[in-house]
Design a protein around this ligand. Structure first.
Ligand code: IMP
Length: 417
């Protein structure tokens, strides 16, 4: 049984915990896109783990974690993550962590370019400034540096020289900044290469040999940050949807049996871009403070708003979702009334083509809250009637089964429905 887990909103849906939950039933967990712009949080007892690159499956014993072709890797961040996890007593070795030779490397000039572009742009995207967009741009422009290039000193030296010639011209002549030196980067990144080399492997060979195992494909960000299906240009630079799980992992001979969509019981987004159900001003503070809605990667306060069922319905279609997990239902505990967006006044407006529209007017339905704590409930039948009605309403609107409900940060705070 192969599973893909993807976000149905603008990221931060709580996928880390859901992936950790489903990882117990598979053998291999694969990241297939994005980079350290992602931040997946898993809380086990007193310990909180935040992953940016390593698949969240690493926390489960006897699982193999794979960083696939479609991921962009900041080698320094990957090494820091390996060191941090080892210090926490998590077993990591080339036996259980495999990095694709074909994954592209985020270089210092990508991070600089990300910042410079944001500063110069008339309409800012609000990127994480981790160099994600410029790294993917170089991949498509065919001047990127892959892990296989990084670990080969001769190739790395040639490619780095070539890149720096172009980047330094841009930095000096277009952005009016200082250029960067070959020697410093070459020395630093050759050191990272030496440490990461043992983890690098031919991912197709690995997949092919292990094709009878069970795989989980771990999506990062969310459907509406997808480069094609998102609210372009306010998106990330990769395909975040389930369709990319196969291509981005580097494993073409596989069928995905379950596509699990993760959605928060309300909506958040970081960065710029349209957000029809956003609660502006102080009122959005309820979700922000109760839901601790601050970016796991950049610590930026997230924009917060009501659940948008238009988004969810479209995301179900785009990803071929077979079941949905609703997270952070407990955050709604104190609300007497809960608003849910059931449509937009202009029914022709679609989330993926509305980024040019200034105002999208949501049509809301108001439902009764449950006004009690559900954080300790572990069985669906024990949920308050209003909470069950909220879940039922979502199911009917999106025409998919809600299979699990998360009611807290802890690993066991999940209700199987
Ligand atoms: P980038 O991925 O750093 O280029 O940022 C592009 C947009 O995607 C910005 O609005 C970011 O805030 C957003 N973004 C990127 N990664 C995440 C994530 O993991 N969660 C939520 N938003 C993200």
């Amino acid at each position: 049984m192969n599973i893909a887990v993807v976000g149905l909103q603008w990221g931060d849906e709580g996928k880390g915990k859901v992936i950790d939950y489903f990882a117990k039933d598979v053998d291999v967990v694969v990241r297939f896109q994005g980079g350290n712009n992602a931040g997946h949080t898993v809380v086990i007892g007193e310990k909180k783990f935040v992953f940016h690159l390593i698949p969240s499956g690493i926390l489960r014993n006897n699982k193999i974690s794979v960083i696939g072709n479609g991921v962009v890797i900041d080698p320094k961040v990957l090494l820091e993550e390996i060191t941090f996890l080892k210090k926490q007593g998590i077993y990591i070795s080339p036996r259980n962590l495999k990095v694709s030779l074909l994954a592209h490397v985020i270089m210092p000039y990508h991070k600089l370019m990300d910042s410079f572009r944001e500063e110069e742009r008339l309409a800012r995207i609000g990127t994480t400034k981790r160099g994600i967009g410029p790294c993917y741009a170089d991949k498509i422009s065919r001047c990127g540096i892959r892990m296989v290039d990084l670990i080969n000193p001769r190739v790395f030296s040639l490619k780095l020289k070539d890149n720096l010639r172009e980047k330094n011209l841009l930095f000096r002549n277009v952005y009016g900044r200082k250029g960067i030196s070959f020697k410093k980067i070459f020395t630093e990144y050759s050191y990272y290469a030496k440490l990461l080399k043992p983890y690098c492997c031919d991912i197709l060979d690995f997949f092919y040999k292990n094709r009878r195992l069970n795989f989980l494909f771990e999506g990062a960000q969310g459907t509406f940050l997808d480069i094609d299906w998102g609210t372009y240009p306010f998106v990330t630079s990769s395909n975040t949807v389930s369709l990319n799980a196969v291509l981005g992992s580097g494993f073409s001979g596989i069928k995905i049996d379950r596509v699990v969509g993760v959605a928060k019981a309300y909506t958040t987004r970081v960065g710029e871009g349209p957000f029809p159900t956003e609660i502006k001003g102080k009122r959005g503070g309820y979700f922000r403070s109760r839901g601790k809605e601050f970016g796991a990667t950049t610590k930026r306060p997230r924009r917060c708003g009501w659940l948008d069922l238009v988004l969810l319905r479209e995301a179900v279609k785009i990803n071929g979702i077979t079941e949905v997990v609703i997270t952070k239902l407990d955050i709604l505990d104190e609300l007497k009334k809960i608003k849910v967006c059931v449509g937009y006044r202009n029914s022709k407006v679609k989330p993926y083509i509305f980024s040019h529209l200034k105002k999208i007017s949501p049509v809301y339905k108001t439902v009764k809250g449950w006004c009690s704590s559900i954080a300790n409930i572990r069985s669906y039948n024990k949920l308050p009637r209003e909470a069950k009605k909220y879940i039922l309403f979502i199911e009917e609107s999106i025409k998919r089964r809600v299979s699990h409900i998360s009611v807290g940060q802890l690993r066991d705070a999940i209700i199987s429905k």
